[in-house]
Ligand binder design. Structure first.
Ligand SMILES: C[S@@+](CC[C@H](N)C(=O)[O-])C[C@H]1O[C@@H](n2cnc3c(N)ncnc32)[C@H](O)[C@@H]1O
Length: 217
């Protein structure tokens, strides 16, 4: 079987049988491709977005954190799932990319529940209250810093809270013994650390580039 063709076929089938992205997200994806063609591949896909919204809803989350906002796709998906009065802290370092996000937050009607923090996310997370108060967190930023993001967030997760990490397979580089650089080494380290961490239950999903879902015990 042709693996590449098979992946495309599976992807098309999955998308065709999952709730479709709405017009706001479709336009955001289109503008991102047009305005930032070299970076647009960083955006999460519609099926990942659907998973985020569903998990946020299932957990009844009110206090969410996102590390890596870019042009806003995942933040809209998270914010839409929040319980009444819920808030999302969106962390990024790019004013240019997040200015697009701010426009689409307004269009999606979620601007009033998102706080954007433009600073290195490790600093933003370290400054959060130490006690467990986070119901839902999504990490999708610089891969070298994933071990730090994991530690800063897992200690602040409420029991039952979820922490998701995107791109945990790094295109398959994590299981290629010949691959070594800061990103791959950090991703292997965090993947190994999470499965050995008795504070969480964890499942690694083969969705797109791999999504880890860790639930605080
Ligand atoms: C993969 S993109 C995020 C995609 C986004 N989740 C979406 O759905 O479109 C990674 C983002 O992380 C941001 N980033 C990189 N290093 C960062 C850091 N040290 N602190 C905070 N954000 C960072 C980048 O500016 C970029 O917007």
């Amino acid at each position: 079987m042709d693996v590449a063709a098979s992946e495309e076929t599976v992807s098309d089938y999955l998308l065709a049988h999952s709730t479709a992205q709405d017009d706001v997200l479709a336009r955001l994806a289109e503008e991102t491709r047009r305005s930032f063609p070299d970076a647009a591949g960083m955006q999460i896909t519609a099926d990942e977005g659907g998973l985020l919204t569903m998990l946020v809803r299932l957990t009844g989350a009110r206090n969410a954190v996102e590390v890596g906002t870019f042009t806003g796709y995942s933040s809209i998906c998270i914010a839409r799932g929040l319980a009444d009065g819920g808030r999302l802290l969106a962390c990024d370092v790019s004013g240019e990319w997040t200015s697009v996000a701010e426009r689409y937050w307004a269009e999606a009607g979620v601007a009033d529940r998102i706080d954007l923090r433009l600073a290195p996310a490790a600093e933003t997370l370290a400054a959060l209250p130490a006690e467990p108060s986070v119901d839902f967190a999504f990490v999708d930023a610089d891969k070298e810093t994933y071990p730090t993001y994991y530690e800063e967030l897992v200690q602040r997760l409420r029991p039952g809270g979820l922490l998701l990490l995107d791109n945990v397979l790094l295109g398959g580089r994590v299981f290629d013994d010949g691959e070594h650089d800061a990103r791959v080494d950090a991703m292997r380290e965090v993947n190994d650390r999470i499965v050995a961490d008795d504070r969480v239950d964890v499942v690694m999903l083969p969705l797109r580039d791999g999504v880890t879902v860790a639930r605080r015990r």
